[in-house]
Write a protein of this length. Structure first.
Length: 308
């Protein structure tokens, strides 16, 4: 399974000259990266992304959290939507940012009002979140009581339509199962990224997830897969190496060149929030910046940036 449109994606030349912006070296941008960011800011409507897989514990909320942190540093306007009653991404993000304006309504209250504007918590001038809400666990019953069956999957798509003009990027974080939450996120999205551990169970679940995404195109024919981000628990683990190779053989160019390696810093960040001035902070952040950069490069191919 491959995405032929991504076959010729050109990864950023790490020797490309950088733009001095007075920030830490880790945040100095190459000219190519600066151009990619400018293209993401150009459209009048946000790119909508879901980060998901059919297995928990693969780092999807961590990847969403790091994408949000990086976007804030790069000046991108981003809305996170936590479609998980357990509030995983909400809890992570609130350890990095203190809200400057709290939402008036919960996510579920906004759904019932058919308007999410007052469900948005503003974290910074650029970053906002619709927080996860335990009451979302009643969403399936609410949908079946209030909508026709064929309309249940389109609820999020309808609710975010008027929000797209205010952001460069909208990112959904959802549960790792085939529920109404995941269905709605996928139908509302332009693209999907799937974090995947290099081990047997996750490989099998990723196969199922890719089949699921193909089946969901009947509800969202514009949906495209940006790629699979491999996660290695141990660099010298033969099982990790074996399954990383299997991902590349099965999915080809869909597999990111940049990979996530297990880091104790990420575990600490999950507890205390992201830092930049402690041991291994810079190295770990650089790893995620590499993934984010490749995300933009893949997006540029599928969006045909530079050809418009």
């Amino acid at each position: 399974m491959t995405n032929e449109k991504l076959t010729n994606v050109a990864l950023t030349d790490r020797n490309d000259s950088t733009i001095s912006n007075g920030k830490k070296p880790i945040w100095e941008l190459t000219y190519k990266m600066e151009n990619l960011i400018s293209y993401l800011k150009k459209p009048d409507t946000a790119i909508v992304l879901t980060i998901s897989n059919f297995k928990g514990g693969v780092g999807k909320s961590t990847l969403t959290n790091l994408f949000a942190y990086i976007c804030e540093e790069l000046g991108l306007k981003v809305l996170l939507i936590d479609s998980d009653p357990q509030r995983s991404i909400t809890k992570k993000v609130l350890k990095n940012f203190n809200p400057i304006k709290k939402a008036k309504n919960t996510f579920m209250q906004g759904i019932k009002k058919n308007d999410l504007h007052d469900s948005i918590t503003q974290l910074t001038s650029n970053l906002s979140i619709i927080e996860g809400d335990w009451e979302l666990s009643t969403l399936e019953r609410y949908s079946r009581d209030n909508f026709k069956i064929e309309a249940e999957y389109y609820l999020y798509a309808y609710l975010i339509d008027d929000l797209k003009k205010d952001y460069d990027l909208i990112i959904f974080d959802t549960v790792p199962t085939t529920t109404i939450f995941t269905h709605n996120c996928i139908v509302a999205s332009d693209y999907v990224i799937s974090p995947a551990q290099a081990e047997e169970e996750c490989y099998d679940n990723t196969l199922n997830f890719m089949s699921y995404l193909s089946s969901m195109k009947q509800y969202n024919d514009k949906l495209d897969i940006l790629g699979i981000v491999p996660y290695l628990s141990e660099l010298d683990n033969s099982t990790n190496i074996k399954y990383l190779q299997m991902y590349r053989e099965t999915f080809g160019d869909l597999v990111f060149e940049n990979i996530i390696k297990r880091s104790a810093r990420v575990m600490t960040w999950g507890t205390d929030g992201i830092t930049e001035n402690k041991g291994y902070d810079q190295k770990t952040l650089s790893m995620y910046i590499g993934v984010f950069t490749e995300f933009l490069e893949r997006l540029s191919v599928l969006e045909k940036w530079g050809n418009k």
